[in-house]
Design a protein around this ligand. Structure first.
Ligand code: CP
Length: 308
């Protein structure tokens, strides 16, 4: 088999702004068609292999639903203990083993050290990145961008604030790229130990009560307890975050009426959001989850070059 780069989608930057807007337009068509109860069979005959070595609810299920709604069959490998990885086979060998059985498409979630970018360089089967360690989560950015476009009509000059564990968030990395490509202004508010990475052209707030009135979109980010490695978050850090960076009743009062609240999920309730946020009509979180199905459906069509 000759190594050949396939048309994988690993980074937001893999698509031009025009391609992203075209994909959103197709996602809207898919949404309208499926909500009318009509069928779409663009992926009929395709086999989609979902290889997940890290946990997922939203991304995995929405890809499965999307693939099945478009007529594809899904093969789900998400329990490492039920595969030969439990006998010491590497993630890479697992990938090449399944690759040799010729599925139409891979949807992969893996850790920082699993070399997703290297696999994609040699794969003859296209790969969609469903979450690559703390590096990138481009399909989350697509569904977030689509949800904002649906709500505001355009992202141009929209002020989007991210609050939380910026450094460990693959969602933040991908959202920053996509939102800025669509003309939005990005700001962050986080304790210093959550924003050590260099952030160019991003507005940095240290006080939440100054950041909230600035934004049109408030994006809460989960504190990634599992990605702090050996350096366990101290109780002081957690207490500091909950006291100074959690969206609570007072914060909701500072947020503009027409602003919206987003979160990629899962939420650590009581940490980045207090329970009162659940009842706030500005919360778009459920719409984000729903739109994951339509944007991922449009993406699979694009990567498999069907419905052109
Ligand atoms: N937002 C997100 O990626 O959620 P899951 O980890 O549940 O897929």
């Amino acid at each position: 088999m000759n190594p050949k780069k396939s048309d994988s989608y690993l980074w937001v930057e893999d698509f031009s702004t025009n391609e992203i807007l075209k994909l959103f337009s197709r996602a809207e068509q898919i949404k309208n068609t499926l909500l009318k109860g009509e069928k779409i069979n663009t992926l009929l005959g395709h086999q989609v292999a979902l290889l997940f070595s890290e946990a997922s609810t939203r991304t995995k299920i929405s890809f499965q639903i999307a693939a099945q709604r478009l007529g594809a069959q899904c093969l789900v490998i998400d329990d490492v203990n039920s595969t030969s990885m439990s006998k010491g086979e590497t993630f890479s060998d697992t990938f090449w083993t399944i690759h040799s059985m010729r599925p139409s498409l891979f949807i992969i979630r893996c850790g920082d050290d699993d070399g997703l970018d290297h696999l994609a360089q040699k794969s003859q089967t296209p790969i969609i990145n469903a979450g690559f360690g703390s590096k990138s989560h481009p399909t989350q950015a697509l569904l977030d961008g689509f949800t904002l476009l649906e709500r505001f009509g355009s992202l141009k000059d929209l002020k989007i604030l991210f609050v939380g564990d910026i450094d460990h968030s693959r969602v933040a990395a991908s959202d920053f790229a996509l939102f800025r490509a669509l003309g939005a202004e990005v700001g962050v508010c986080a304790p210093e130990h959550f924003r050590q990475k260099k952030l160019s052209s991003i507005k940095v707030f240290t006080e939440l009560n100054e950041a909230i009135p600035w934004c049109d979109v408030y994006v809460g980010l989960r504190v990634q307890f599992e990605r702090h490695g050996g350096e366990t978050l101290s109780q002081i850090t957690k207490d500091d975050f909950q006291k100074n960076y959690s969206l609570d009743k007072e914060g909701l009062k500072l947020l503009k009426k027409e602003s919206v609240i987003m979160h990629p999920g899962p939420v650590n309730w009581g940490v980045e959001f207090q329970d009162c946020v659940k009842e706030d009509s500005r919360l778009l979180m459920w719409k984000q989850k729903e739109n994951g199905v339509y944007t991922r459906a449009a993406l699979m069509e694009k990567v498999l070059q069907v419905n052109l």
